[in-house]
Design a protein around this ligand. Structure first.
Ligand code: UFG
Length: 328
């Protein structure tokens, strides 16, 4: 039996595909390669260039493989882009989920693990954020993920599916040894941008906003290693395979780092110095996001293992070995 991985050529999806193989599982990837990279998927994994919004693309895969469950990573995921192109986000993310769930119903596949996001909480008042915090997204990206969660709940109820929703906080790091890693075009995530600046490939790193109500005025995020995240997915699959109930869990480290602190830790880990520029706030950014992962620990036995220094070190290996990303 195989696991279908929509979005398996993306940053998070590709690390999960490698982890599935390491765990002796079979994976099948569908990716439209709009943001993913074919080279990120191991050659031995059946790969379909296609779009989950197209039912025929999905039907072909369900006909060719015995699919037991789905790990769903295929989505647009940039907060700032979603503020200027909201309809693209509702199209790709929400229609994508509708089409995927419909195909699962057609082919009687009843287990799904879904990549949701801290963005569903918006500007949470209470830190760390627990799963029952108010769901008030501040951007169309977070809104689309919340809509996707709701679609899953109702579909599960009507069609006897079970799901695990994993609300990730900020994912960072790379596969140990730097074989695969993060490569967005254009890059907008903080850590890869700082590392590319440390490499000398960018003139400076910008700090977006220094007047937030935080300890040093810059935004605080909870960074989580991509391989720890993949471990959580394996545990979520086991949870569903053991017949347990549907579940919603946050995934984070439980510790917040400000933008300034991130820059300082990168300087320490890489031993390099580089210029920093101060810029205006980026629209849609909440000041602080820190996860409580107690539920993931209690229900899945999961705990993050990697420190921020570990994440930065593996990401640094990836960027040094592949200065042009997958374009190398
Ligand atoms: N930032 C800078 N300078 C940069 C880039 C980012 O100061 O050049 C700041 C941002 O303003 C933000 C923080 O660094 O405060 C982190 O920004 P990222 O773009 O790396 O990440 P986000 O927190 O915006 O979003 C990420 C994912 C989302 C996910 C969210 C959950 O992109 O998909 O984490 O926390 F929803």
């Amino acid at each position: 039996m195989a696991i279908l991985v929509p979005g398996g050529a993306g940053y998070i999806g590709s690390h999960n595909v490698k982890t599935l193989l390491e765990n002796g599982r079979e994976a099948v990837v569908i990716d439209n390669l709009l943001t993913g990279h074919r080279q990120a998927v191991p050659r031995e994994v059946p790969f379909y260039k296609g779009d989950i919004r197209n039912p025929a693309d999905l039907d072909k895969i369900f006909a060719n493989h015995r699919i037991d469950s789905v790990l769903h990573f295929a989505a647009s995921s940039l907060v700032a882009e979603s503020m200027v192109k909201p309809l693209d986000y509702f199209n790709n993310n929400v229609l994508g989920m509708q089409s995927l769930l419909a195909a699962m119903v057609r082919h009687e596949v009843d287990k799904i693990v879904f990549s949701s996001s801290a963005a569903v909480y918006g500007k949470a008042e209470k830190m760390p954020i627990e799963e029952d915090a108010p769901l008030l997204p501040t951007n169309p990206y977070g809104e689309s993920k919340l809509m996707m969660e709701k679609m899953m709940r109702w579909t599960a109820l009507a069609h006897g599916m079970r799901y695990v929703i994993l609300r990730y906080f900020n994912v960072a790091g790379a596969w140990p040894g730097g074989e695969i890693g993060e490569d967005h075009r254009p890059e907008s995530h903080l850590l890869p941008l700082i590392l590319q600046t440390a490499l000398g490939n960018r003139p400076h790193i910008a700090i977006y906003g220094e007047d937030y109500p935080t300890r040093d005025g810059t935004c605080i995020r909870d960074y989580l290693d991509v391989t720890d995240l993949a471990d959580a997915h394996e545990r979520a699959l086991n949870h569903l395979e053991n017949g347990a109930e549907s579940l919603v869990c946050n995934l984070g480290n439980g510790q917040g780092y400000s933008v300034r602190e991130m820059i300082d830790v990168v300087r320490k880990v890489t031993g390099r110095d580089f210029p920093v520029r101060h810029e205006a706030r980026r629209p849609g950014d909440p000041p602080m996001l820190i996860a409580s992962s107690k539920k993931a620990h209690d229900e899945l036995g999961w705990q993050s293992q990697k420190s921020l220094e570990d994440m930065i070190a593996s990401a640094w290996d990836w960027h040094r070995l592949h200065p042009a990303g997958y374009g190398d």
